[in-house]
Design a binder for this molecule. Structure first.
Ligand SMILES: Cc1cc2nc3c(=O)[nH]c(=O)nc-3n(C[C@H](O)[C@H](O)[C@H](O)COP(=O)(O)OP(=O)(O)OC[C@H]3O[C@@H](n4cnc5c(N)ncnc54)[C@H](O)[C@@H]3O)c2cc1C
Length: 376
């Protein structure tokens, strides 16, 4: 990428590591539906978990490198790239709105010694953020949490949670340790793809939290949520981009090697059309993601651009998974192959951190705001 030469050196280094250390394990975690424990430890040792965390809390504070590393991880192991997303949600909540004591946990996150979870969605729906029902009632200087969360990645293994709950009319965010009384983890929810992600519901029954578990100001939870989304949607998009790169590479390799009618199949225009479309989706997604990241780095408003990057890259990933599977004929339908795994995993990228419809709502709200004011 022009202007990002140092990032490309970083990418080479991370790609070498991912190929050697992570790729051989990826299909094992998918097949056995296990949390990628060894790979998580390896990326912690390599310093990848610390990339988005500020230096004063044991990190390197380099968001661009975090995005590149996520791309490279997703290129070989989608289950692990989900961990980059969850970590991003957790770390950015604390970086942007946490107090000094809460931020100390970032050191453990950077070392990989805690497992985070981010609990927003409820059984009644994730898109209607204002409809949140979990309650945090204040009693004798403590918050008492009651309610239920749904589809929470890492719920069975997490050590710490960010929990969103209603404090009166408004919503607030809390940092909680997943221990003690008042918290019940539901049975594992088996999903179509992302089989190495452990997902469950969580029920809170009079779970008590200290007053200083509150993140930021009481009633400011939706601001916390949307501030975090601007960054973490880009981490998710980088994961989608990494998977698209893999689909393209697998498709190009296959169509070079595979012959039909004595010709390599990439001599056929229909295959070329697929490959060109895939390459363009990669370029467009990359431009959208790193443009939004640049806006964030320069302290500019980037909510619309982050939503665009997420909408485009996740939808592009789904159509490219179909393209890759078609190019590979029957070989694209063999269980446990990279194309098969990405085909199953792709849909999760257009659900997590807001559905594609939710992205369109966000984008249109900004278009309305900018209308007649010179931008777009
Ligand atoms: C693999 C996986 C992991 C996840 N991990 C987490 C996690 O760690 N933490 C967490 O909090 N959540 C998590 N989620 C939940 C995810 O964020 C939600 O699934 C998503 O936000 C959609 O919410 P929902 O499933 O309740 O669907 P709903 O909100 O009920 O929506 C159903 C459909 O209606 C559409 N819709 C709803 N409202 C509108 C509207 N106003 N306008 C137009 N269309 C609308 C939606 O786009 C969708 O198509 C995860 C989900 C999956 C699949």
């Amino acid at each position: 990428m022009l202007g990002f030469e140092d990032l490309e050196d970083f990418r080479k280094n991370i790609r070498f590591f991912c190929e050697k250390e992570l790729k051989p394990l990826a299909s094992f975690y998918d097949m056995w539906e296990k949390f990628p424990e060894d790979s998580y430890r390896k990326i912690a040792e390599k310093g990848i978990l610390s990339l988005g965390i500020p230096e004063e809390y044991g990190g390197t504070g380099d968001f661009f490198r975090e995005l590149v590393a996520t791309e490279e991880i997703a290129r070989v192991d989608q289950n692990l790239s989900i961990q980059m997303e969850i970590k991003s949600l957790f770390e950015n909540t604390l970086i942007i709105h946490g107090n000094d004591r809460q931020k100390e946990i970032l050191r453990d996150l950077a070392r990989g010694s805690i497992i985070p979870a981010f609990a927003f969605t409820e059984p009644s729906g994730g898109t209607d953020v204002l409809g949140l029902k979990t309650e945090a009632r204040k009693e004798n200087g403590r918050y008492v949490i009651n309610g239920m969360k749904m589809f929470i990645t890492n719920a069975p293994i997490a050590t710490h949670l960010i929990v969103f709950a209603r404090t009166g009319e408004r919503i607030s965010a809390f940092l909680a340790k997943k221990e003690g009384k008042g918290i019940r983890i539901g049975p594992r929810i088996k999903t179509t793809g992302t089989r190495g992600a452990l997902i469950s519901s969580i029920r809170f029954e009079n779970m008590e939290l200290d007053e200083d578990s509150l993140i930021g100001i009481e009633g400011n939870g939706l601001k916390v949520f949307f501030d975090v989304m601007d960054r973490s949607r880009l981490v998710l998009s980088a994961g989608a981009l990494g998977m698209m790169r893999r689909l393209y590479e697998e498709s190009m390799r296959f169509s070079t090697e595979r012959k039909s009618g004595n010709r390599q199949i990439y001599d056929y225009q229909y295959i070329q059309d697929h490959l060109v479309s895939m390459a363009m989706d990669i370029e467009i997604s990359s431009l959208l993601i790193y443009n939004a990241a640049l806006l964030l780095k320069n302290g500019k408003q980037s909510s619309m651009e982050s939503a665009m990057a997420k909408l485009y890259s996740s939808e592009a990933l789904k159509r490219n998974a179909i393209r890759a599977a078609e190019i590979m004929g029957g070989y694209g339908y063999i269980s446990g192959t990279p194309v098969d795994m990405i085909y199953r995993d792709a849909h999760a990228t257009s659900l997590g951190l807001g559905s594609s419809e939710a992205m369109k709502i966000t984008i249109f709200n900004y278009l309305k705001k900018f209308s007649g004011k010179g931008s777009i």
